[in-house]
Design a protein around this ligand. Structure first.
Ligand code: AMP
Length: 279
């Protein structure tokens, strides 16, 4: 496995692959890898002659009071895990290479980035879209793999790729969960045992919403009210949002006709967690 730090070197490898018509599958990450990340890598491995993963904790997607500095890091372990999955290239650029002092260009996706996390984390998706756009230019993948765990992120990236006519296929893959249902996240490492127990309410709410749908409840506010009531019992949990929205436009729904997305964000202590499911 090649470990590449230099943008130039990465671009040269990408150019060579293009010339030789070698398909590149790409998995962007912020590191501190878990089975969720590795599930993406495994699909990329199956579908492409060359697999590239990136590890970059992108400062522009964190708000001023968010956890950029505390974000967990373990590069050595990440490299071992990627090697085990037979990744060909891991791209680990330095911040000052990606963002020079006079970096002035940002990419912004309208509407679809405005609800849910976009509303509560102003600037977040502009940071995400900008870094993914830059990484796409550097790595030039044929296909890029994202988790449905970050559902809004996946939709925003798909929109960018369509609107900017990028010739890249975006694949969204299912959420990987712990045995008890907690969605895997690098941020789970912040949780104390007690907090982790309470964080499980997210999974409970997903199941509750699914059950209500099965029973024929189709009014979104009725489901949301029931979920909010359920979450009141968890003393350490502060819900940020619980929304039912259209799975493509991400606009809030009143009545569920066909498919709908249940999307939630909560704070447990200082940790912010998200989860979602299609209803
Ligand atoms: P991150 O390192 O958190 O930026 O995540 C990198 C990629 O892994 C993103 O596409 C995430 O959606 C995906 N991912 C993170 N957690 C999970 C999970 N539990 N299941 C599936 N994909 C995930």
């Amino acid at each position: 496995m090649k470990i590449i730090e230099s943008i130039r070197e990465m671009q040269d490898i990408a150019k060579k692959a293009k010339r030789e018509q070698i398909r590149i599958g790409f998995v962007p990450t912020m590191g501190f890898l878990h089975e969720g990340h590795l599930s993406l890598v495994r699909v990329a491995r199956k579908e492409n002659a060359q697999v590239a993963a990136s590890i970059f904790i992108n400062p522009t997607q964190f708000g001023p009071h968010e956890d950029f500095n505390a974000y967990p890091r373990d590069l050595e372990r990440d490299i071992t895990l990627l090697e085990r999955e037979q990744v060909d290239i891991v791209f680990i650029p330095k911040i000052d290479q990606i963002y020079s002092e006079n970096h002035r260009t940002f990419v912004f996706v309208e509407k679809i980035a405005e609800n849910l996390c976009g509303y509560f984390r102003p600037g977040h998706f502009q940071g995400v879209v900008t870094i993914v756009c830059k990484l796409f230019h550097i790595i030039q993948p044929d296909t890029a793999y994202f988790g449905q765990k970050d559902y809004q992120q996946l939709m925003v990236i798909k929109k960018m790729v369509a609107d900017l006519n990028m010739d890249i296929e975006i694949k969204g893959l299912p959420i990987v969960r712990e045995k008890d249902g907690l969605a895997m996240s690098s941020r789970n490492t912040y949780l104390t045992e007690e907090q982790r127990e309470q964080a499980l309410c997210l999974y409970r709410l997903i199941n509750q919403a699914k059950k209500m749908r099965e029973e024929g409840v189709d009014r979104a506010p009725e489901i949301i009210t029931a979920l909010k009531k359920n979450i009141e019992m968890e003393t350490m949990v502060r819900p940020e949002y619980i929304r039912i929205c259209h799975p493509e436009t991400l606009k809030n729904l009143q009545v569920i006709k066909d498919r709908a997305l249940l999307a939630m964000a909560i704070h447990v202590g200082k940790t912010r967690l998200i989860d979602n499911c299609l209803l």
